[in-house]
Design a protein around this ligand. Structure first.
Ligand SMILES: NC(=O)c1ccc[n+]([C@@H]2O[C@H](COP(=O)([O-])OP(=O)(O)OC[C@H]3O[C@@H](n4cnc5c(N)ncnc54)[C@H](O)[C@@H]3O)[C@@H](O)[C@H]2O)c1
Length: 252
């Protein structure tokens, strides 16, 4: 059975720890130690007070559900300790130097860094962009203004530009655009709207290439117990973990 070290015991960490899957959470670490202790009771794993002890515990794979800072601080050590990684805070990989460093270490250590589809879908075939160039790749995201802490009485475009610029202004909304960019092997154009009439996080993905065109619209509901997390993002990590060791690999 796959054994997991959980780095980050917040909203997504809860959903992972509570799910009865074909894996076992054996070690937990959070900078707020009480959170690791709380989830240890749910999962039966051991909470560690410092990262050094956590990473030396015997398990196969770290699931990061913490923050961009945590990925930057710990990814190298995780891979050097011969653990595979699942990264939720994929915004960390928008830094090309950091990205090539950790990919190089993973290659030498023969470990994998997995990026779940998270709050969107379609990353599978957007990877054709690495083979046949994509001429247009646009992510149009619409959120309620409250979720960005902005006042708006009508639908308003608050950002238009490249994903790497959006990262600087709206760091909490980068994960999806960075995952798209990594899959397609090119920069993503982003339009970010706030709209008081919507109560879901809506991601529209528009792709054009030599194959034709694609339009995807994802209307994300919040998780039943955690309104801050799109349920699809949480389900996505559960399905990744469920399938990670299966011999039949579908839709990659
Ligand atoms: N890829 C996607 O589509 C997607 C979707 C949703 C969330 N996310 C990302 O996943 C991450 C987790 O999301 P969440 O909703 O569970 O967040 P959360 O805030 O509920 O939980 C994060 C937990 O990690 C801990 N933490 C933060 N930095 C840490 C560090 N340096 N070391 C140890 N512990 C640390 C916090 O104390 C907290 O308990 C976030 O970075 C979020 O942006 C990605």
């Amino acid at each position: 059975m796959l054994s997991i070290g959980l780095l980050g015991c917040g909203n997504i960490g809860h959903i992972i720890a509570e799910y009865q899957g074909n894996w076992k959470v054996v070690a937990l670490y959070d900078k707020v130690h009480e959170r690791a202790c709380e989830l240890a009771l749910v999962s039966g794993g051991t909470p560690y007070e410092n990262f050094e002890d956590f990473i030396n515990a015997p398990f196969d794979l770290v699931v990061e559900a913490a923050s961009v800072k945590a990925v930057k601080a710990y990814a190298e050590t995780i891979l050097l300790h011969e653990k595979h990684m699942v990264v939720m805070s994929v915004g960390a990989l928008s830094d090309p130097l950091f990205r090539s460093q950790i990919i190089g270490i993973a290659r030498r250590q023969k470990r994998k860094i997995h990026i779940p589809s998270g709050a969107i879908t379609g990353l599978d075939n957007i990877k054709v962009g690495q083979i046949a160039p994509i001429s247009r790749l646009l992510l149009r995201t619409t959120k309620n203004p409250a979720s960005l802490g902005l006042p708006a009485s009508e639908r308003t475009l608050i950002f238009e530009g490249k994903a790497n610029e959006c990262i600087k202004e709206f760091p909490r909304n980068v994960n999806v655009s960075v995952a798209l960019s990594l899959a397609a092997g090119r920069e993503v154009d982003v339009e970010l709207y706030v709209d008081p009439a919507v109560d879901r996080n809506i991601h529209e993905i528009i792709v054009e290439g030599v194959f034709g065109d694609i339009f995807i619209r994802v209307n994300n509901l919040p998780s039943p117990d955690n309104p801050a997390t799109s349920y699809l993002a949480a389900l996505s990590i559960l399905s990744l973990l469920t399938n990670i060791e299966e011999p039949l690999v579908v839709g990659t």
